[in-house]
Design a protein around this ligand. Sequence first.
Ligand code: GDP
Ligand code: ZN
Length: 461
Amino acid sequence: MDFDTIAAISTPMGEGAIAIVRISGPDAFMIADKLFKSINNKKISTALTHTIHYGHIVDPANNEVVEEVMVSVMKGPKTFTKEDVVEINCHGGIASVNRLLQLLVTYGARLAEPGEFTKRAFLNGRIDLSQAEAVMDLIRAKTDRAMNVALGQMEGRLSKLIKRLRQEILETLAQVEVNIDYPEYDDVEEMTHLMMLNKSKNVKIEIEKLLQTSQQGKILREGLSTVIVGRPNVGKSSLLNTLVQENKAIVTDIPGTTRDVIEEYVNIRGVPLKLVDTAGIRETEDIVERIGVEKSRQVLKEADLILLVLNYADELTNEDINLFKAVEGMDYIVIVNKTDLPQKIDMDMVGKLANHQKMVTTSLLEDNGVNQLEEAISTLFFEGAIEASDMTYVSNTRHIALLNQSLQSINEAIIGVEMGTPIDIVQIDLTRTWELLGEIIGDSVHESLIDQLFSQFCLGK
Ligand code: GDP
Ligand code: ZN
């Protein structure tokens, strides 16, 4: 495929002191040579690949120095796009970076469309579609952990697994062909049935496993929705503030507050949480009274994790006990706060109510017990993900939809075999499963779908 040369700022706009302008394509070196003056007069086009050069960007029209830069030279195909790539690291402000970009365009580059670098990597066979989407997730990843998931996917874990499943189906389809060619042999037919059944069931199990992880993938990308509940004055706001102060997620682009509740993103030992504080409502009136019992139950139901706060220096009340009822069957951690004050609460009773759920005591005032709470949160999460380190997470909505469809058609194939449906009908379901799985890794997608996917990327990636 023949491509032109594209350029874009590949670092987030307005963020950080360093901006990287990336150029990719057949003329990348030539264009860079027109603008870059190294201190020892070295040329980009004759430089060794994967080397960095110090110098200045000079406007050829008036010999004015635009920027002091470091230029990375990377010769294809060992680059992200498989093309010749030049990355210009500037430390100037947006204005001079934009001027550099304009110069690049003047001297032969075209401004890249959003996601176009990744699109090229895909079209040049450098990465497959699920990897390309992982890059997109990476760009959007809100926490380190989500980042690892995205990275894992980029390494092609999901692709590998999908390829293996497709291979199994392919082998089955080959056997079906044999069977159709030699219909007179009974044992061939029997073998085919057996093989179809075994392989299909295998594939089904694997797809189901993948889908099970999808819930987690989703959680990882958006943060576990965590709701803090408790009577007024037990320390909910204090808890939120403590967790936020110590673990504020790196992200800054998420609005901290919504109209009714306060939402904060924190990263607790690798577990991304979206903390929902109902305190804002409770300060003035009771959440249950205000939005009604049903509605507040619903808020709780939608939570992935609940932090139930009690007051150590107060006796248990009916309201406390009602809260335990409300969170029954959910993942929650009991926090008995204000241990710096004389005890009034009946801890045996709390233990019974908590019924094997995790429990920690804290004094938020004296900053005690917060570590244990964080430990409890991360254990709770990672216990549920025993295979976390080498698990394939599916977190992409398109992948999940395709996996669900694949599951449906492999199921139809299995039912077909079991009911003795003619083999060429079962074959259709198997082929469909194979195609659907292929769509996940981009083996059977149309150009338009590709365009649509890549246009979602951030500019310059
Ligand atoms: P909320 O109504 O549940 O959100 O409770 P707040 O976080 O607003 O706390 C209510 C009051 O309890 C505030 O005056 C806090 O300073 C105080 N408080 C919170 N945690 C502790 C604690 O561990 N010990 C003591 N002694 N006071 C606390
Ligand atoms: Zn409060």
